[in-house]
Design a protein around this ligand. Structure first.
Ligand code: SAM
Ligand code: SF4
Ligand code: FES
Length: 351
């Protein structure tokens, strides 16, 4: 093993600070992977404990006004059948999720203008009345819209930066701007949301330097949650022939993120399990402390087709709940019973 790289892991543990070049060295050296994953697992145990937080995911619309090059929901993809759930259906799914024991729901969709601020406020207050915590993941909105959702009771917001490489961002997101994406994240922070961000790993022309910048960006934002996973090419998109990201590279970015943001909530993502049948368990043993099982009912799971091979598309919420709980207990961890807000523990250790 390269001693210098091993020293970088020790430095990250001791100080929660690494330079861009140090992160690049970790990303570029695959001999240290086991040591990196073990260190991230330890930091996870010391800072966020053994309990795994479950967030029930409702995919409520696959209609999107944006055209991100990698995503199956992109506006120009004529190859999928579109759907949107009525507010009452979303509330019915939420009530069922509560009955399965979920305490937090993630409401995710394309950027679908059908859901006006009024409709979203109605959905949010209906779910809050059930006593659940709400994470929204519905894309870029104005500050006033974010403020209105917050006022209605939304607690958290997930918006991946996707990549901090501005040129790559511009190449993959026609009609969108990286500055606006950043603006959204800072608005969300200022409005008092718990803010989640993240990136795609393995985008075409994405360098190790760009991934290092992504990790430093998560730290700069002091993200409360960081969700990341491999880019998986979708045949219905312009990136159909791209190579895609690897499971190991995604796991490495996640593990380094855990070293630098010790008390953040970090999910073991669905895309990781798409590339490796034990992907979420391995992620939970390499720094992750959250899982987001699907609680969408019926055929909608299949229609929310971001990329091929997505897990759980033929399963029910009941099955997924049992499945993930079984996986978590099989590795000696527990399912958390609380709402799973970030508890800032690491600040005192920072130098
Ligand atoms: N529209 C919202 C947004 O973009 O923030 C939320 C829904 S979007 C489908 C959720 C995430 O899916 C994106 O942040 C993106 O990283 C991920 N995603 C889209 N296409 C993907 C692909 N081909 N492989 C892996 N992840 C993908
Ligand atoms: Fe729409 Fe989000 Fe997919 Fe982009 S990633 S096309 S914004 S659903
Ligand atoms: Fe859905 Fe395992 S979590 S089948």
């Amino acid at each position: 093993m390269n001693c210098k790289v091993a020293d970088i892991i020790s430095k990250a543990r001791a100080t929660q600070h690494l330079t861009k070049q140090e992160i690049v060295s970790l990303l570029g050296d695959n001999d240290i992977n086991d040591r990196l994953f073990a260190a991230a697992d330890q930091v996870r145990a010391e800072n966020v404990g053994e309990a795994v937080h479950l967030r029930g995911l409702i995919e409520f619309s696959n209609i999107c006004r944006q055209n991100c090059f990698y995503c199956g929901l992109r506006r120009d993809n004529a190859g999928i059948r579109r759907y949107r759930l009525e507010p009452d259906t979303i509330l019915a799914f939420a009530a069922k999720a509560k009955a399965y024991g979920y305490k937090t729901l993630v409401l995710q969709s394309g950027e679908d203008d059908f859901y006006t601020t009024d409709r979203l406020q109605q959905i949010i207050s209906g779910i809050k009345a059930l006593g659940l915590v709400i994470t929204l993941s519905i894309g870029e909105k104005s500050r006033a819209e974010y403020a209105a959702y917050r006022q209605a009771g939304a607690d958290r917001y997930l918006l991946r930066i996707e990549t901090t490489d501005r040129r790559l961002y511009a190449a993959l997101h026609p009609g969108m701007s990286w500055e606006n994406r950043r603006r959204c994240l800072w608005d969300l922070k200022e409005l008092g949301y718990e803010v989640g961000t993240g990136c795609l790993v393995g985008l075409p022309n994405q360098s190790l330097e760009a991934l290092a910048d992504d990790i430093l960006f998560f730290q700069e934002l002091d993200a409360d949650m960081v969700g990341l996973g491999p880019f998986i090419p979708n045949a219905d998109t312009p990136l159909r022939s791209a190579q895609g990201g690897s499971f190991t590279a995604s796991l490495k970015v996640m593990a380094i993120t855990r070293l630098l943001l010790p008390d953040a909530n970090i999910p073991a993502t669905t895309a990781m399990e798409t590339l490796n049948k034990n992907g979420r368990i391995i992620a939970l043993q390499s720094g992750a402390n959250v899982a987001m099982p699907n609680v969408t009912e019926g055929e909608y799971r299949q229609l929310y087709a971001l990329y091929p091979g997505k897990i759980c598309i033929n399963d029910t919420p009941a099955h997924c709940r049992g499945c993930i709980s079984g996986k978590i207990t099989s590795i000696g961890r527990t399912v958390a019973g609380d709402f799973g807000f970030r508890v800032k523990r690491a600040a005192a250790k920072r130098v």
